[in-house]
Design a protein around this ligand. Structure first.
Ligand SMILES: C[S@@+](CC[C@H](N)C(=O)[O-])C[C@H]1O[C@@H](n2cnc3c(N)ncnc32)[C@H](O)[C@@H]1O
Length: 853
């Protein structure tokens, strides 16, 4: 239900939309490398790095001991040092680490003056894979080594070998303890730096063992930010990933006929091991989709990133934090519902505020009863400096400190919730207040307001209460990372383990909600039940859309009247339940499914997902590339268009992702999937007439396919490989090795793979260390099918060639992905990139314009 304005009138839709549009997007890419901002007159002025409200608030909350306060503030005012992470699963991870250590670290730390090392590994990050850079622009200008490190990092970032990421943002995935067989859900994942880490973790053993059986589902509510997420996950070349676009608090449970959150966990006795953990439980529609690990890196006010985004100083206010509290609880509760018994859930924010942190953790524990344990992780990552979570804090509202919910003015009870306090020891008054009466009170209240110079009301008669509440939960097990401890941003982390299913009595309270009846007004319901239903609704996720519920919290001043409409919540998930596709073999979607898809307003704009079942097409691919039986294509190939004659791209999914897609079909396509798996083949683009196979190998898919290919493979000497990388297209006559030229002639025209034969690797048995590139064998030319940046990087890494002069013109200036740089059709399986492969590589030139060497 909408809120009311001060005159007691209902907020209109338009007003709400204006408010929503007018809100700052705290996740928007912030200016990060500038410490200055232009004034109105166009003169550049230093950023304001003061906020009396911020200082007052956090001093009072005692998040920092008094004697450290000045140090804390001084650190916040300094720009954040850059940090990058070498992608551990990358082919060249070890080379890159060695290069940093041998080529840059020693030289730089002796060449550049300063108290601190310019480049140093983060001591707590496993395997010395994360590095901290500390240099000024002046130093960068002066030092050649620093300049070449800078270029090196830009280049490696562009091709996905390293990732720039805030140090503290790397921490939450490390506490998840992800294993290669885990199903992991990243609930609020964009732009995806933590998703990338999670993918690295599930693939950590791929090089030396069987491929991962795990899965990462990366979700974000913002479709634009999903594009960033897709770009990020694509760099990982993983078939074990699904990107979805849901409100996390409503993330579908993939249960047949029911929403997972409304059911107690039905744990088969024999499914628990001796530690009481869940093991090897099949994904099926009775249990729905449960995860072994869940990351809730929730939307937050973000003041822990103030060093990176100094404009927060000017904008800081409590509205953001207090307004997000409810949504944060809803998302975390949905996470708990989707977690397997024995599974871990990490709740994290980049906010320093206890209302978004400890208060949320306390409330989640309260609602879950004994089924959730807040883990003591003090022995994990021992070198990471951290502070214990707070057990006591206060809430501030309209310029007034409130130490207990019982002191909250009724007019504010819709915005200031009992769950914001350390102890929810009184009934939430918001549910016991009559709405009509409230609007009258609100009118009187608004007339009598006198605002101080900060626009905060002065005359509220709520005295500061020195009897601070102390939480009864072990919130000191949470971690707060403070900026001055190790020169980072601020962060908060709590690690949960689900130790038992939701208890029956918790659910019987929820069943009380069903007895209320779907449409009944809650004002008629006794207070104790209404609180239960409120909890129940939060457990499921509010039925309001996320933005609307935020508006209610942040600005309405009116308690939210909640209708706990179980049926309609459940309907959302049961609409497609009549699906007849119950066998586990992947099937083409039925016609009725497609029709339903078009009707599903929510999913508008996102192409449906199909398993590719066109056997003649699959056979043509298998036969052209000589794909062995060891690599099953059927049941693993996905398309986003049903018409196989017009298909442009084919994606490959792991067994784990395929299982989830099948479950999704069987339970009525509840998931809104924006991207899935790894692009493995793409159509030749009008060149079929010269090629026996309509599809070429996509460069992302090559490492996966290579060990299983027996045809269209050719080995090149170092000299010829280097030539090919340098010129990108060459006539057969340009190559030196006569054997290579003979093999080239023997290939069928079309896509082929050229493998570097450096005499060191056993190409036959160990493909993990082999260097191979997708090429096009034309009538008399051989051309690269990889982007120029990748060619330049390979040249540099393999032959040390053209590191500066030759390669720089090839480099893309800004390595970080932007929304504009990512084609929308990648996300929606659109077909607009005619003549260009997705990586921006031109179609091969088919002899006519191939340069001569
Ligand atoms: C703190 S950022 C996540 C950062 C990300 N985990 C990473 O490491 O790159 C919060 C994200 O939550 C998303 N978000 C906001 N409300 C959401 C909701 N109700 N459900 C899912 N995602 C939401 C935002 O779009 C934003 O991308």
């Amino acid at each position: 239900m909408g809120g009311r304005n001060r005159g007691g009138q209902k907020r209109g839709r338009t007003q709400r939309r204006h408010f929503r549009d007018g809100r700052d997007n705290v996740w928007k890419k912030q200016r990060s490398d500038s410490e200055e901002t232009p004034s109105k007159e166009g003169v550049w002025e230093p950023f304001v790095t003061e906020s009396p409200a911020f200082e007052l608030y956090y001093k009072k909350q005692r998040i920092v001991p008094e004697q450290e306060w000045d140090d804390f503030l001084a650190t916040l005012r300094r720009p954040l040092p850059a940090v990058f992470r070498v992608n551990s699963s990358g082919k060249f991870a070890m080379d890159i680490k060695t290069q940093i250590q041998e080529e840059f670290v020693g030289a730089l730390n002796s060449e550049v003056d300063g108290e601190e090392d310019v480049v140093k590994p983060l001591p707590w990050y496993p395997g010395k894979l994360a590095w901290h850079l500390n240099f000024s622009r002046m130093q960068l200008r002066k030092s050649r080594t620093l300049a070449s490190l800078h270029e090196f990092l830009k280049r490696e970032n562009e091709i996905g070998n390293i990732t720039r990421q805030e140090a503290v943002s790397m921490v939450p995935p490390l506490f998840l303890d992800v294993q290669p067989d885990h199903f992991v859900l990243d609930m609020c994942a964009a732009p995806g730096s933590k998703t990338f880490q999670l993918l690295e973790m599930i693939h950590m053993n791929d090089k030396h063992g069987p491929p991962s059986t795990g899965l990462v589902v990366a979700n974000d509510v913002d479709v634009q930010r999903c594009h960033l997420l897709i770009h990020q996950t694509k760099r990982m070349c993983s078939p074990n990933v699904i990107v979805t676009n849901h409100e996390a608090q409503h993330f579908p449970g993939l249960k047949k006929g029911k929403d997972a959150t409304l059911q107690p966990d039905s744990v088969p006795e024999n499914a628990l091991n001796s530690n009481g953990d869940f093991e090897n439980v099949e994904v099926n529609e009775e249990r729905g989709l449960l995860f072994d690990r869940i990351l809730c890196d929730v939307p937050c006010s973000g003041d822990g990133t103030i060093r990176k985004a100094p404009d927060i100083w000017k904008k800081w206010n409590l509205g953001h934090a207090n307004g997000l509290h409810r949504l944060q609880i809803q998302i975390a509760m949905r996470g708990v519902a989707l977690l397997r018994v024995g599974g871990r859930l990490v709740y994290s924010t980049c906010s320093l505020n206890p209302v978004e942190n400890e208060a949320v953790v306390g409330e989640v524990m309260r609602r879950c009863g004994g089924c959730l344990e807040l883990l003591d992780v003090s022995s994990e990552l021992p070198e990471l400096k951290r502070r214990p979570g707070l057990k006591t804090w206060k809430v501030r509202d309209k310029g007034v400190w409130i130490s207990s919910f019982k002191n909250v003015n009724k007019h504010r009870a819709g915005s200031i919730l009992s769950s914001m306090f350390p102890n929810r020891n009184v009934e939430d008054q918001s549910v016991s207040v009559d709405e009509e009466q409230l609007s009258v009170q609100e009118e009187i209240f608004s007339e009598s307001l006198e605002l101080n110079e900060d626009n905060e009301p002065q005359n509220l008669e709520i005295a500061e209460n020195e009897d601070d509440e102390i939480s009864s939960f072990p919130l000191d097990r949470c971690l707060r990372i403070l900026p001055h401890d190790q020169d980072t941003g601020g962060f908060f982390i709590a690690v949960f383990k689900k130790v038992s299913p939701f208890k029956a009595d918790q659910f019987s309270r929820q069943h009380a909600k069903r007895q209320i009846g779907p449409k009944e007004d809650l004002r008629e319901v006794p207070v104790n039940i209404r609180r239960d239903t409120e909890e129940c609704e939060d457990l499921v996720g509010s039925h309001l859309d996320g933005n609307e519920s935020n508006i209610n919290q942040e600005h309405s001043g009116t308690p939210i009247k909640k209708e706990c409409d179980v049926e309609s919540i459940t309907d959302q998930y049961t609409v497609c339940n009549n699906s007849k596709q119950t066998d586990s073999a992947p099937k083409m979607q039925s016609k009725s499914n497609q029709a339903r898809h078009q009707q599903q307003g929510n999913w508008k704009g996102v192409d449906p997902v199909f398993f590719l079942n066109d056997q003649s097409l699959i056979d043509s691919i298998v036969s052209f590339y000589g794909i062995k039986d060891t690599f099953t294509l059927r049941g693993h190939l996905i398309t986003r268009s049903e018409d196989t004659s017009r298909l442009k791209r084919i994606y490959y999914v792991s067994e784990s992702a395929a299982k989830v897609l099948q479950l999704n079909f069987r339970t009525g396509e509840q998931m809104k999937i924006t991207s899935v798996g790894l692009k493995i083949f793409e159509r030749q683009g009008g060149k079929e007439n010269i090629c026996q196979c309509a599809f070429r190998i996509a460069s992302e898919g090559l490492p996966l396919l290579l060990p299983h290919m027996t045809r269209q493979l050719i080995r090149a000497s170092k000299e010829d490989f280097k030539l090919l990388l340098s010129v990108k297209a060459a006539p057969f006559t340009a190559f030196k090795d006569a054997g290579f030229v003979t093999s080239l002639h023997a290939l069928v025209p079309g896509c082929c793979v050229v493998i570097l034969d450096d005499g060191q690797n056993d190409i036959q048995s160990d493909y993990s260390s082999v260097t191979a590139i997708g090429c096009w064998r034309g009538r008399s030319n051989l051309s690269l099918l990889i982007p120029k940046e990748e060619a330049a990087q390979l040249l540099s890494r393999l032959f040390g060639a053209g590191r500066e002069d030759e390669l720089l013109p090839l480099m893309v200036e800004d390595a970080s992905p932007t929304l504009g740089s990512i084609a929308k059709n990648e996300v929606e399986g659109g077909e607009a990139l005619e003549g260009l492969s997705e990586n921006g590589c031109q179609e091969p030139n088919f002899d006519k314009s191939a340069p001569t060497a």
